[in-house]
Structure formats: structure tokens, C-alpha cells
Design a protein around this ligand. Structure first.
Ligand code: GLC
Length: 537
């Protein structure tokens, strides 16, 4: 049933699932694995090829599961290993794949390794973590969770020492200088790949090692270990995916592909905020700039592109001036901000304007890279900025206009369903949008289907079509088999354009609307409506 191409990920459509938010099958108010199984047909119908699951392991949930207390088991809220096996079988039976989150950098402080380490200096687990008698080492390492953490060191009275953590203080960093830690992580990888998962989204990759006098990111030791990891996967489980979360500049991320001997894929963090910049400025320059900064990657590797995910819209990969501008434009209220980012969903960021939302998707689905959708963004779900941390973008999936949004039969879900219009479950839900052929869901599904039908859109070479007007993002994607011209107006104003189309025949058809656009004397003359996008063949 599964396509056998070992580089399947290059052309896949990914969908990020927060299991707790997706579908509650047993009425306890928490989404679970059985619930997700019920919804696999929905994902298939949308055109999803691979699911990425946020952490599903036992955890005290102080960072929503990114604080793992047992790597090789399932959180009881979600189900059992047996249930997970069934999820994998059902996913594969439908020709889809599934990757899980692998959090290598740190554990929860509730993990038995940490508990053993802190209670006994002579425990074999002491060396699993990074300890110090003072809090002065590695002072050049930045603090990532700026709004809550004052230091990367926290004093542990039981241990009688400080321990190192790049994220919350409840997430002590593992010590990758310890051979035992390196081996443990390979065991974890072996366990899940042996179980049948199709790969991992590897969390917080740049921070595995610490070295004095550096910022403790992207160190050579980290790359060396990642090569070991890749070799292990490649030898025992060829065709599985390693996807890198490194929120870094393109040249630093480039190193995580190596010579196709580290990661198969990596998120493109610098491109993401620039899609929002370009849309607000009505100017393609931020996008062309990000792509110009993007170095070529090995043939079998691929960028993972996205508009939003489960975290804040991170502004780490923009200049300080651009960050201030983005904050001012996209998060006028202070509580919309978090750390160096903006905790809002796609639709509210884009003023719930269908034209802008579709245009943003048009960019992501027609530029190079494999696109990632964040659950709920396919119907334009809203957020709840009154919830703490990033919970506001992790609210229950809105399946129908019903109490509990068709997500749960419980009267009190894990966090409230969005109540306020225009984003309430009554206004925004899957059932309503599936029944309405003019909905966002249908537009997106059509785009996904087109991307699958036209190889040029997935893997074609990209050439920019010269256009003097800065609001126009026009490019050609060309493969051996076909070519598609994508023409987009990023501005709120109508824009007349005249583009060279030397080799094309007399007329072009817009794949989105079916409209025919004439080309005369090798030139395409058209006035683009505000935020209009055309995919022409
Ligand atoms: C990654 C995750 C984020 C988590 C952090 C610490 O950045 O995306 O949700 O809080 O790692 O594990």
C-alpha cells in the first residue's frame, strides 16, 4: 500500500497533529489515539501523505509532552502501545505515513534518569546530565524561553549542584558527552523504528553539546553525533525520515543535511516569517531575499516549509528591526507575544481574510520544499490569546457545530473550545466546510491535489519571471514532464502586469479557476486582483 520510493518525503504533504486536540474517543475531554484513527479518512481525503505527531509519551506535561519521563511508552491520556500499533497499521493501510517527535536534547525532571542522577552523586545516571558547582559556565549560550527562564542553570538542592537546561527548568539537558546517553538515544530510535514509525521530527537539534567559549549551538560534536544517528537509521531502517528542527539561519541549517549523511529534511525557519512580511508589505522582496540566502542542498534532501505550527510564530530568524516591525504589525496586544514570537494562528494573523490565507497557502504549495499544515489551519481556526504559554494555538479541533465541537462529548475539554465569533465552532468547522464547495477547506484540498498532479509544482526547477512591480511574485516551476507558471499579487491593490512568456502557446489555463488567460506576442497582459494568485499551464 505504501509508495516504495525511499525519498517519499521529498514530495509529501505533511500534517502536524496534536493528538490531545484532535479527537476524543472516550469522552474524558482529551484527544486520544483511537480518536485520531477515526479521523484518518479525513486526513486522507484532504490529501495528507504523512502525519507528524507532537510528543505522545508519558510526561508531566509541563511543556506539553516535550518534557518526557519515559521514551518508550505512550501517555495514558492517549492510549497504549497496542493502540499506537493499530494507529500505525491504519495509517499505513491508507497509504499514509507517520512520524513522531523525538526529543533528544532533554528529558523531564520526572524522568527516572534525572531522579537517580540528582539523588546520588555516584549513580551511573549522574553523568547523564550536565552539572556544575556554579552557574557561570557557558555564559555565551542564549536563553530561549526568555519570558520565563532567567538562566540556563538551575540549582538542585538534592543534587547539591546546578544543572543545565536550554528550555524550562523542568527540562534538564542530557549530557551527550556521556557515551551512555548517546547509546540510550539510539536505543530509543531503534525501539520506535522497530515498532514501525516512519521517522522522526527531531526536536531542538542545535543544543545537544555544550562547549565553553561558544554559544553552544551547531557544534561540530553535535554534527558528529547526528552522523552516527543517520548511519544507524540508514543501515537498519532505510527509507525512514529524519527531519531537523533547527531554528537557525540557512547556512547553519545547511550543515544539518551534511552530504546527505545527517538529516533528510529540515524546517525552513527564515522563510516562514518572511511570507507574513511580504503579505503585509505587499512586496515580494522578503521572500526572494530568504530564497537567495538558501544554499543548495543534496539531491535527496528537502526543505520543510510551513506557515504555522504548535509554537509561537518565531521571530528568531529576522533582524531586531524586522522583529519590532512584525510585532507591531501582527501582535498589537502584548499578550499576543511570547518569547521572541507571536502566539497566534494563521487565520487571525491574516485578518481572517480568505484572499490572504489562500495566497499564503499558494506560496507555500508552489515554492520549493515539502509543505507542512498545522491541524485546524486547513479550515482557518482561530486562537485564544487568553490561555497561557502556547495553549492558545492548541485548542480543540472543530469538527462540527455542536457542543464540544464534535471533538469531545465531555462537558469540560482539556482547554476550552474557541467560543468567540468569527472563529467559534459554530462558524468554523470541518463539517460545514466540507459541505460548502466554496470553503477554504475545498480550496486547500484542490491545491494539494494539483500539487500531486503536476510534478513541476513539487520538484520543478524554479525561475523567477521578471516583473517590475514589487507586489508580484511570479515564477516558473519546470520539470521534465511539465511546467506551471505561478503569478501572485501580494498587495491589497489591483496590479496590472505584463510578463514575458516566450515559449508558451497562445493561451494559458489557470489550474485553480479553469479560466483561460491569453498570451499575445509572447506577453501575458493581465490586471491581477488584490491578493490574486494564478497557477497557469
Ligand atoms: C521545540 C518544540 C517546542 C518545545 C521545545 C522544547 O522547540 O517545538 O514546543 O517547547 O522544543 O522541547
Amino acid at each position: 500500500m505504501l509508495p516504495t520510493d525511499p525519498t517519499w518525503y521529498k514530495n509529501a504533504i505533511f500534517y502536524e497533529v496534536y493528538v490531545r486536540a484532535f479527537k476524543d474517543s472516550n469522552g474524558d475531554g482529551h484527544g486520544d489515539i483511537h480518536g485520531l484513527v477515526e479521523k484518518l479518512d479525513y486526513l486522507k481525503e484532504l490529501g495528507v501523505d504523512c502525519l507528524w505527531l507532537l510528543p505522545i509519551y508519558p510526561s508531566p506535561l509541563k511543556d506539553d509532552g516535550y518534557d518526557i519521563s519515559d521514551y518508550c511508552s505512550i501517555h495514558p491520556d492517549y492510549g497504549s502501545l497496542e493502540d499506537f500499533k493499530r494507529l500505525l497499521e491504519e495509517t499505513h493501510r491508507r497509504g499514509m505515513r507517520l512520524i513522531t517527535d523525538l526529543v533528544m536534547n532533554h528529558t523531564s525532571d520526572a524522568h527516572p534518569w534525572f531522579q537517580a542522577a540528582r539523588s546520588d552523586r555516584h549513580s551511573p545516571y549522574r553523568d547523564y546530565y550536565v552539572w556544575s558547582n556554579d552557574d557561570r559556565q557557558y555564559s555565551q549560550a542564549r536563553i530561549i524561553f526568555l519570558d520565563t527562564e532567567k538562566s540556563n542553570w538551575t540549582w538542585d538542592p538534592l543534587a547539591g549542584q546546578y544543572f543545565w537546561h536550554r528550555f524550562y527548568a523542568c527540562q534538564p539537558d542530557l549530557n551527550f558527552d556521556a557515551p551512555a546517553v548517546q547509546a540510550e538515544m539510539l536505543r530509543v530510535v531503534d525501539f520506535w523504528l522497530g515498532f514501525g514509525v516512519d521517522g522522526f521530527r527531531v526536536d531542538a537539534v542545535p543544543y545537544l553539546f555544550e562547549r565553553e567559549g561558544t554559544n553552544c549551538e551547531n557544534l561540530p560534536e553535535t554534527h558528529a553525533y547526528l552522523k552516527t544517528l543517520r548511519r544507524f537509521v540508514e543501515e537498519k531502517y532505510p527509507g525512514r525520515l529524519l527531519l531537523c528542527e533547527a531554528n537557525q539561519w540557512p547556512q547553519d541549517v545547511r550543515a544539518y543535511f551534511g552530504e546527505d549523511d545527517e538529516f533528510n529534511m529540515a524546517f525552513h525557519f527564515p522563510l516562514m516569517p518572511r511570507v507574513f512580511m511580504a503579505l503585509k508589505q505587499g512586496d515580494r522582496t522578503p521572500i526572494t531575499w530568504a530564497l537567495e540566502q538558501t544554499p543548495p542542498i543534496p539531491e535527496n534532501c528537502q526543505w520543510a516549509t510551513f506557515l504555522r505550527n504548535h509554537d509561537e510564530l518565531t521571530l528568531e530568524m529576522v533582524s531586531p528591526e524586522e522583529r519590532q516591525w512584525m510585532w507591531a504589525q501582527y501582535s498589537p496586544e502584548m499578550r499576543m507575544r511570547l518569547n521572541l514570537g507571536i502566539r497566534r494562528r494563521l487565520a487571525p494573523l491574516l485578518d481572517n481574510d480568505r484572499r490572504k490565507i489562500e495566497l499564503a497557502y499558494s506560496l507555500i504549495f508552489s515554492l520549493p520544499g515539502a509543505p507542512f499544515l498545522y491541524y485546524g489551519d486547513e479550515i482557518g481556526m482561530g486562537d485564544n490569546i487568553h490561555l497561557p504559554d502556547r495553549n492558545g494555538v492548541r485548542t480543540p479541533m472543530q469538527w462540527e457545530d455542536a457542543p464540544g465541537a464534535g471533538f469531545t462529548s465531555a462537558s469540560v475539554p482539556y482547554i476550552p473550545v474557541i467560543q468567540a465569533d468569527p472563529y467559534s465552532a459554530g462558524s468554523v468547522n470541518v463539517a460545514g466546510q466540507k459541505a460548502d464547495p466554496a470553503s477554504l477547506w475545498h480550496s486547500l484540498r484542490a491545491m494539494i491535489a494539483l500539487r500531486k498532479r503536476y510534478p513541476a509544482l513539487r520538484s520543478g526547477e524554479l525561475t523567477w519571471i521578471p516583473c517590475p512591480h514589487p507586489a508580484v511574485a511570479a515564477y516558473l516551476r519546470r520539470s521534465n514532464a511539465d511546467q506551471v507558471a505561478v503569478i501572485q499579487n501580494l498587495s491589497v491593490k489591483p496590479v496590472p502586469v505584463e510578463l514575458p512568456f516566450e515559449n508558451s502557446s497562445a493561451e494559458l489555463t489557470d489550474l485553480i479557476t479553469g479560466h483561460v488567460v491569453p498570451v499575445q506576442n509572447g506577453r501575458l497582459k493581465i490586471t491581477l486582483r488584490p491578493y490574486e494568485y494564478l497557477w497557469l499551464v
